[in-house]
Design a protein around this ligand. Structure first.
Ligand code: HAS
Length: 562
């Protein structure tokens, strides 16, 4: 097929195409989880304004009806890090699995269960936080105490993702029974790998909540070991970042190339990247604890090596996704070394948002490598450098990609045309500029020693902080991001409630491969084997440490500081 004759995304449409595989009873819980995710983004994002302005001494948490800066910060972290990401991931990956496997999900009960557990979990956690009974931030380990409703709510949010995992695995099994000997379709495969990785990763926080935090909060355990709690939390707490990221990678690898008129480089390379993420994401948690006492250096070094190993699939992603973009740009007439970049469809808000998200991720990844370097971590740990890093990763590479995806997904699900396309474009650029200013401010201030997780506006040492200009950049950048968020919701609400009906069915923009599944070795499809490898690595990276902590020295009662 000639380059110019490549199929383009069908724009416009009415009902969802391929109706036979999308069942109404599976679609409503998917839409419901997407809606919950967007509520999380709206409310959590709004709290960001309070935090950004706090850096320059503008203390407005009372205007947000909060009792403290930290209550707002907890809402920000929990809604964005858990509800927005889990809700979007469950909805998007389920939908991609249906499209990838060309069949409905194996269980309607599980997809509806995922919706209800997410809804009830959100309500419980929100109730506890709003009553100021859980101002413990999103890193909710001991010794800070939250109400049991909060822990239950968090547990239900995790359960909702585990129900989705089970459903995806069963759907793949059902597909395999229907297609004996065939290679799993890539779009389905990558979603299953994402959730299987997460199921392994979530073990840490499941054990933490069920065996330590809940019994401790309910008074069944008088004391607990905060250090052991932290180890369990970070067991999950680093892998979770890849659980946030991998749905964005699904889009960057398999959908964006089609949106720009290019092809994915190869089926086997995409599988390799996802498998590397499966095996290396979990045994890395101690890089959050390089400065913690009570952990042997050798164990920290093991996690350092695995952390650098998990950078590798992202480096591969950078080059592979860029190759697919270049393919598209050249197919659109781009010439010369960089000419293809300008030929990409920058006028399409869905594409622009995701391209800008990728660009920011280059810096997000680079700051991650700084964090991961043992000696440099001593300089940046617990400073505002770290939020500088994660607003360029989860706060943009992930969030802005999810936003870009919804620019086609919401029309697809509602059968309504995307309204306010120029506004949507402005939204994406404003976020891009906003986060660059914000992160520049946080990073520079962090290098000067400004603490994270602390209200600067109310700090008694405020006058001693020398990061004046940097904090202004943070405040301006954060404000731009909140304005961008507001533009986003104008576009989405306009589309949902007043969008014109699409005239023809729409397709999910799945890209073609240069080298397809036929060239892929069956080894890259053996999920059970790779899962086993992941488990072995986790055992090596954690079991010696756990053994060291036995018998547990429980020392801390629950402490309420808010
Ligand atoms: Fe991180 C702390 C190390 C990635 C999120 N991280 C955090 C926290 C969060 C977070 C939320 O080692 C704070 C947790 C807390 O509250 O304490 N992180 C890393 C490393 C990576 C990394 C090595 N982090 C992420 C991702 C996140 C995320 C992804 C969210 C989604 N992080 C750390 C460490 C800490 C940490 C320490 C603890 C710090 C401390 O002391 O507290 C790597 O995986 C990053 C690899 C990424 C790359 C970038 C590849 C670039 C790509 C884009 C290509 C661009 C293209 C564009 C194609 C190497 C793929 C072309 C476009 C055109 C238009 C041409």
């Amino acid at each position: 097929m000639s380059a110019t004759a490549r199929p383009q995304v069908v724009s416009g449409g009415g009902a969802i195409a391929r109706e036979g595989i999308f069942l109404a009873e599976q679609l409503w819980p998917i839409k419901g989880q997407l809606a919950l995710a967007l509520v999380g983004l709206a409310v959590g994002g709004l709290m960001g304004l309070m935090q950004a302005l706090d850096r320059v001494g503008v203390v407005i948490y009372k205007a947000f009806l909060m009792q403290s800066y930290y209550q707002g910060l907890t809402i920000h972290g929990v809604l964005l890090a858990f509800l927005f990401t889990f809700g979007f991931g469950n909805a998007f990956v389920s939908l991609m699995a249906i499209r990838g496997f060309e069949r409905p999900l194996a269980s309607t009960f599980l997809v509806q269960g995922a919706f209800w557990t997410m809804l009830v979990g959100t309500l419980l956690a929100a109730y506890a936080i709003l009553r100021n009974q859980a101002t413990v931030l999103f890193t909710f380990y001991a010794p800070m105490r939250a109400s049991s409703l909060f822990y239950l709510g968090a547990a239900l949010l995790v359960i909702s993702t585990l129900l989705t995992t089970l459903n995806l695995v069963l759907t793949r099994r059902a597909w395999q029974r229907e297609h004996p000997g065939e290679r799993t379709p890539l779009l389905g495969f990558v979603g299953v790998v994402t959730y299987v990785m997460w199921a392994l990763a979530s073990l840490g926080v499941v054990v933490l909540v069920v065996f330590f935090l809940l019994p401790w909060q309910l008074g069944w355990l008088r004391t607990t070991d905060p250090q052991f709690n932290r180890i369990l939390f970070w067991f999950t707490g680093h892998a979770i970042v890849y659980f946030w990221l991998m749905p964005a990678y699904i889009s960057w690898y398999l959908l964006v190339p089609r949106q720009v008129g290019g092809r994915v480089f190869s089926d086997s390379l995409v599988r390799l990247v996802f498998i590397l993420l499966l095996i290396f994401s979990v045994p890395t948690g101690l890089h959050h604890q390089y400065v913690d006492p009570g952990i042997p250096t050798i164990m920290k070094v093991v996690h350092l090596v695995t952390t650098f190993s998990v950078v590798y699939p992202s480096l591969v992603t950078a080059f592979t996704v860029m190759a697919a973009l270049e393919d598209g740009g050249r197919a659109r007439g781009g010439r010369g070394l960089l000419g293809w970049i300008w030929k990409l469809p920058w006028g399409d808000p869905s594409v622009a948002a995701q391209l800008l998200a990728m660009l920011v991720f280059v810096l997000g990844g680079a700051t991650g490598i700084v964090n991961a370097s043992y000696n440099l971590n001593n300089v940046v740990h617990n400073t505002s450098f770290v939020p500088g890093h994660f607003h360029m990763t989860v706060g943009t590479a992930v969030a802005l990609s999810f936003i870009g995806i919804t620019y086609w997904l919401v029309p697809y699900l509602t059968g309504r045309e995307l309204m306010g396309r120029r506004l949507a474009l402005a939204q994406a650029w404003l976020w891009f500029v906003g986060v660059l200013l914000f992160a520049r401010g946080q990073i520079a201030a962090g290098l000067l020693g400004e603490p994270r997780r602390s209200s600067i506006g109310e700090a008694p040492y405020r006058e001693l902080i020398s990061a004046g200009i940097d904090n202004w950049l943070t405040a301006i950048g954060g404000t731009l991001m909140v304005v961008s968020g507001a533009l986003y919701f104008i576009v989405i609400l306009w589309t949902v409630f007043a969008g014109r009906r699409l005239a023809q069915p729409m397709e999910i923009p799945v890209a073609e491969m240069r080298f397809g599944a036929r060239e892929t070795s069956p080894l890259w499809d053996r999920l059970g084997f790779w899962f086993l490898v992941a488990v072995v690595l986790v055992v090596i990276a954690y079991v010696p440490l756990f053994v060291l902590y036995l018998p547990l020295h429980s020392v801390s009662p629950p402490i309420k500081v808010y």
